[in-house]
Design a binder for this molecule. Structure first.
Ligand code: ADP
Ligand code: NA
Length: 333
């Protein structure tokens, strides 16, 4: 009885990189183009401010992320593209969920424990309530499916717990049990300096990641300098076990070429990195240059980005206003 609907969000916290592209943006575009789901993609600025953000940087990063979404292939005619704070029903439903969720549930979230660290007393209340807002992001659309990585699985389970408790407390069958769409390990992009660590926006080494704003020369240089061993590529994928840096470069090649890692191995069996790295660099530049170009074109016209997001907010609110209205109605408000 629920419309098949996918919701996903990314924090506008700067440094969009190849991992964000292959692990999130490209997958979002594939889902959009596959059809079968209404797709809603969101810049979650309300989540970003659970830790302090420089206001000018936040404004810039939000537009840059919007440009990244569009440049990667999110089509505002096919998907609803929004900035979270412009759709006030997210925060309004989150308050309701703050009154449904239990303190103990939040306290058990491993991401809370990791992020608050030893000084939980000094963390913001928003950081503690983060999963309740995430539940609202999803359920304010009655989203049926959410793509999640390993680190967000627990939050999605909590989303289902909140939906179930609301439905139970008020004797309704109003919020859906949102299903996770689990992403494969293959879409995990590792650091170019250390194949055992995720490529990350917060890594202090810029050489560890390929930023979506890097030019062709920078991309090539980073790939040529990527950490590797001195063995040639083996005949099969199994031969890469225990070689995380080599495995990472093969995975990146496969993801960029839309090939399986096995197919990459059979093409490059026995090749030295002196051959493989330039091929990977050429492929990365060919795939990323159009995205980088489109991003900078869009960033040159921030008013156009703002118009796209304003239109997205209007479309989103056609869904969220009635769902919030009905929620209040169920509660007696
Ligand atoms: P957030 O804090 O919102 O998760 P991130 O920048 O860490 O922001 O991640 C944004 C999206 O990009 C998420 O969907 C995440 O799973 C994906 N992502 C981040 N880093 C990687 C990576 N190294 N490999 C694959 N996907 C990644
Ligand atoms: Na993350």
């Amino acid at each position: 009885t629920f419309t098949p609907r996918v919701f996903s969000g990314i924090q506008p916290s700067g440094n969009l990189h190849l991992g964000n592209y292959l692990g999130a943006l490209k997958r979002f575009v594939d889902t959009q183009n596959a059809g079968g789901f209404q797709t809603i993609y969101c810049m979650v600025d309300l989540h970003a401010i659970t830790v302090w953000q420089d206001p000018e940087k936040l404004r810039h990063s939000t537009r840059e992320l919007a440009a990244g979404f569009i440049a990667a292939g999110i089509d505002p005619e096919k998907s609803i593209l929004i900035n979270q704070s412009q759709v006030p029903e997210h925060a309004q439903l989150a308050w309701v969920f703050n009154c449904v969720a239990r303190m103990g549930w939040m306290g058990r979230m491993t991401q809370w424990k990791d992020k608050a660290g030893k000084d939980a007393e000094a963390a913001s209340l928003g950081l503690f309530a983060y999963p309740s807002l995430m539940a609202a992001d999803i359920l304010v659309y009655h989203a049926t499916h959410v793509p999640v990585g390993e680190d967000q699985k627990q939050h999605l389970e909590l989303t289902r717990d909140i939906a179930a408790k609301f439905n139970h407390d008020f004797g309704v069958d109003f919020f859906p049990m949102t299903e996770p769409v689990i992403e494969g390990a293959a879409t995990r992009v590792m650091s170019l300096r250390d194949g055992t660590k995720k490529m990350s926006k917060s890594d202090p080494s810029d050489a560890s990641r390929i930023n979506l704003t890097d030019d062709a020369d920078t991309i090539s240089k980073k790939i040529r300098k990527a950490k590797t061993d001195f063995e040639p590529l083996p005949e099969t994928l199994e031969g890469l076990s225990g070689r995380p840096d080599a495995r990472n470069l093969v995975n990146i090649y496969a993801a960029l070429a839309d090939m399986t890692p096995e197919a990459v191995m059979s093409e490059y069996a026995g090749a030295q990195f002196g051959t493989f790295k330039p091929a990977l660099a050429d492929l990365a530049v060919a795939r990323l240059a159009p995205i980088t170009r489109e991003m900078s074109r869009l960033m040159a016209d921030p008013a156009e980005i703002d118009r796209i997001l304003a239109r997205g907010a209007t479309q989103a609110r056609e869904i969220t206003v009635p769902i919030l209205r009905k929620t209040y109605d169920i509660i007696g408000m």
